[in-house]
Design a protein around this ligand. Structure first.
Ligand SMILES: [Zn+2]
Ligand SMILES: [Zn+2]
Length: 636
């Protein structure tokens, strides 16, 4: 007998019991046995902790969508027997499969494939895992003419090849998978695309189909609504529509031009950021955008980051457009011999950097070639590391919450304990750094995932991902130790005995980059910025020409109070003007007609809330001021 623990309860069972039988849970899609993801048919042969994997987990969705990709391949093979299958993984928002077909698929082919998938799902075909001897696997895929699978098998060193079979379809695959096709209740094929085999343009172009699937119809409906909402909020559409920024073919891809309104949003964020940072003991610096290649050779970037750097010839020498701000801050640090009394030193900069990104990965303002990081580097002693990390993470959370983000997920990346030789820095440095990171997360009560071997070679780090109003995750804040640059530039300080000790160096950002962060904010708020962030806080709208002078007086009064205000004196109907102000997502609309002029009032409309009636201007001003100074994060 073996002991298995299911949902905390221990039972004695015969060895060989399947994970599915052990769980006896209809909603389970797969199982986690001693920390390993397996099929429900997996036989448990030793003492084990068994956990169910549901659709609402990341692992669950991945398995579900991977199985849906197999289902799609099965449908495609039945409908287009000449198609050759290649690979079909789950992706964060569904799945795809790449097929080699004589004629690429187009969107019109999708309903038919979708329908066949539904039929196959209704048949509840068991999905069976098998291990075949390599020779047998090769023969199987050779008979089926699946040349791409043969190519993959040739690269697998194992003697036993893992395959999954469902009815007439078989795929080379490690799994795990759903127990049968019947779990897939709702299917939507989304789009087609061309993709090169193995992503290499020298190879054959394949036809890719993207899709998504769910265990019930209501989840699909919710998902489709969320996609529609995401489209409405897309910053690439809203940014230009709200006159915030533009891109220009003449200037080059991935370079953002900020219009007055977009620049205003940036400035408000930067003012807030600077205020918080100065209050938290940071000092602002400014460093040049280019520097001699020699500096980047010393930092090591020229060796391992070269392909992302822009290099310029200057007087027979090479200069580099800075991809990072760190070496600049280190040069400032090194202009003095620092004693322990000078530390911690926190140098912050709105550091504009340039990185070469391939045009295929550029995405609105979120992924660009020139951007401004809210960068800072902390230089401190070993004793100060704990407090500094606590300061960084709590400041990050405070600031991100100010923008209305409430949900965070935190990833701690540490070195692979089995291979300390792959990392720079001493064991002591790594453990001081890791302890500081972990203690901070515990003190702040933050859940986090710990990934061994995920740290880069020069130091452990924390990344904070925030969830926007649609639940999508974005990485912004990061806090990273660097034992490499500290060593390369010989960054040290003197202790009270006059000894030189290595200074701990921490890179950190809160927002990531201002370009990306504004993009996230546009989508998070759907363009309707809260009053404190809105580029135009109020708009005065006249009903007829007769109120023009009165309206100008109001604007002048509001401007004196530092309200960001516009005026609409056009001859259009007031309903049209209101519609326009709503489209521009201006939080306060002040309508003035004959009655308001006569009574020295304004008629207030709030964005998304409609008409709130007539009132003296002072009342409106009070509300604007309250929402600006209190920095209400509220969404409409
Ligand atoms: Zn597979
Ligand atoms: Zn840095």
């Amino acid at each position: 007998m073996i002991k298995i623990t299911v949902n905390g309860a221990v039972q004695e069972v015969e060895p060989g019991i399947t994970a599915g039988a052990a769980l006896n849970d209809k909603k389970a899609l797969a199982a986690m046995v001693n920390g390993r993801l397996v099929d429900l048919s997996f036989p448990i042969k030793e003492d084990a902790v068994v956990l169910p994997v549901y659709f609402d987990s990341k692992e669950g969705r991945e398995i579900f969508w991977h199985s849906a990709s197999h289902l799609m391949a099965q449908a495609v093979k039945q409908l287009y027997p000449e198609a050759k299958v290649t690979i079909g993984p789950a992706v964060p928002e569904g799945f795809y499969y790449d097929f080699d077909v004589p004629k690429p698929f187009n969107e019109d082919d999708l309903p038919r494939i979708e329908e066949r998938m539904r039929e196959l799902a209704r048949q509840q075909i068991p999905i069976v895992h098998k291990f075949l001897p390599k020779e047998e696997a090769i023969e199987l895929f050779r008979q089926r003419g699946e040349t791409y699978k043969l190519e993959i098998i040739a690269e697998i060193p194992d003697e036993e090849i893992s395959v999954y079979e469902q009815g007439d379809f078989v795929d080379l695959c490690r799994g795990p998978h759903l127990p049968d096709t019947g779990k897939i209740k709702a299917i939507k094929l989304l789009s087609v695309a061309g993709a090169y085999w193995r992503g290499d343009e020298k190879n054959r172009m394949l036809s890719r189909i993207y899709g998504v699937a769910f265990p019930d119809e209501s989840l699909l409906k919710e998902w489709l609504e969320r996609i529609e909402e995401a489209k409405r909020r897309d910053h690439r559409k809203l940014g230009p529509a709200l006159d915030l920024f533009s891109f220009h073919e003449e200037a080059g891809a991935g370079l953002v031009f900020w219009h007055p309104k977009g620049a205003t949003v940036r400035r408000i964020i930067q003012d807030y950021w600077e205020k918080e940072h100065l209050a938290n003991g940071y000092q602002l610096v400014v460093t040049p955008h280019i520097a001699r290649a020699q500096l980047w050779r010393q930092s090591g970037h020229f060796d391992y980051y070269r392909e992302n750097m822009y290099v310029l010839p200057v007087e027979k020498e090479e200069y580099v457009l800075k991809p990072m701000n760190c070496p600049g801050h280190i040069l400032i640090y090194r202009t003095k011999v620092h004693s322990y009394r000078d530390l911690p030193l926190r140098l912050a900069e709105w550091g504009t950097v340039y990185r070469y990104e391939r045009s295929g990965v550029l995405h609105g303002t979120m992924r660009v070639r020139g951007f401004t990081q809210d960068d800072a580097h902390i230089f401190c002693t070993q004793e100060q590391v704990g407090e500094e990390i606590y300061g960084v993470i709590s400041l990050s959370l405070k600031m991100l919450r100010q923008f209305g983000f409430e949900k965070f997920s935190v990833a701690l990346s540490v070195r692979d304990p089995k291979h300390p030789e792959n990392y720079l820095g001493t064991d002591e440095q790594w453990s001081v750094a890791e302890n500081a990171l972990v203690n901070t997360l515990k003190q702040l009560g933050l859940d986090f995932s710990r990934a061994e071997g995920e740290a880069v070679f020069y130091g452990p780090k924390i990344d904070i991902h925030l969830a926007d109003s649609l639940g999508r995750e974005f990485q912004c804040a990061t806090c990273q130790f660097d034992f490499n640059l500290a060593q390369k530039f010989n960054v040290y300080y003197m202790n009270n005995n006059g000894e030189h000790l290595p200074t701990y160096l921490v890179h950190r950002t809160v927002l990531g980059s201002i370009e990306r962060f504004v993009g996230i904010l546009i989508e998070h708020y759907g363009g309707a910025f809260p009053t404190w962030l809105a580029p135009v806080q109020a708009c005065v709208l006249t009903v007829t020409d007769k109120e023009a002078d009165y309206a100008r007086e109001i604007v002048a009064m509001l401007k004196k109070e530092n309200v960001r205000v516009e005026i609409d004196l056009n001859n259009d109907k007031i309903s049209y003007k209101i519609g326009e102000a709503e489209r521009q997502k201006i939080p306060f609309m002040l309508v003035v007609g004959a009655k308001e002029k006569a009574t020295n009032t304004v008629s207030l409309r709030r964005r998304g809330k409609g008409n709130l009636g007539s009132m003296p201007l002072e009342r409106v001003l009070e509300q604007i001021k309250e929402e600006t100074s209190g920095r209400a994060t509220g969404k409409d």
